[in-house]
Design a protein around this ligand. Structure first.
Ligand code: GRF
Length: 191
């Protein structure tokens, strides 16, 4: 049986796109659902392009009800993947998928993580700190932002004169390359 992945994303969804591409012809897993808290998120269009169903929810649904957990269970989801999802995952969802919720963060955690550290803010903080290296982290999700056990880190050197755009680009390249592969590795272990 193929494992079934649900992707949560709040924005563009370029990582979601790479994951959908990667598993499109996989024998091990498929992306069964894309969820977003943002009805305008471009990731919803991307899901449509892959003919993958999507679901939009609001703060009330997510934090005050079991609607999302019920939906994921009904669709027999095995793995929950956060790809640019900005809300903290509530306890009912953590309990329903122990060690089965994965996130990607655009820095070498524990550096530059936590509430409010997302997007350009992360790369600005790296430049402001004068870090000599930067990278990405793929980790299990717990009740705090950017805090669970680390599964994979990819790193690159920050060169003199690097701009925010360069850091962002380098990080994205690493994310797009590694996130699908790391997920596949996890899924193979579950089989
Ligand atoms: C990525 O940088 C990821 O690390 C972070 O949010 C960003 C999402 O980008 N969690 P995209 O929507 O996948 O393009």
């Amino acid at each position: 049986m193929k494992k079934r992945i649900a992707i949560f994303a709040s924005g563009s969804g370029s990582n979601a796109q790479k994951i959908m591409e990667h598993f499109k012809y996989s024998d091990d897993a498929e992306v069964a659902l894309v969820l977003s808290n943002n009805p305008e998120a471009y990731v919803l269009q991307r899901a449509d392009n892959f003919e993958i169903p999507s679901h939009v929810f609001d703060r009330h649904d997510f934090y005050q009800t079991d609607e999302i957990v019920s939906l994921l269970k009904r669709l027999e989801i095995d793995l929950v993947v956060l790809a640019g999802f900005l809300w903290l995952v509530p306890q009912n969802l953590l309990n329903a998928f122990p060690n089965k919720i994965i996130n990607i963060h655009p820095s070498l955690l524990p550096k530059h993580g936590g509430k409010g550290m997302y997007g350009d803010r992360v790369h600005k903080a790296v430049l402001a700190a004068g870090d000599e290296e930067h990278g990405i982290t793929i980790h299990f999700v717990n009740e705090n932002f950017d805090d669970g056990e680390i599964i994979y880190q990819g790193r690159f050197r920050v060169e003199k004169g690097d701009t925010l755009e360069i850091l962002k680009f380098n990080g994205q390249q690493l994310e797009h390359l590694h996130y699908p592969k790391v997920l596949e590795g996890l899924i193979k272990k579950y089989n």
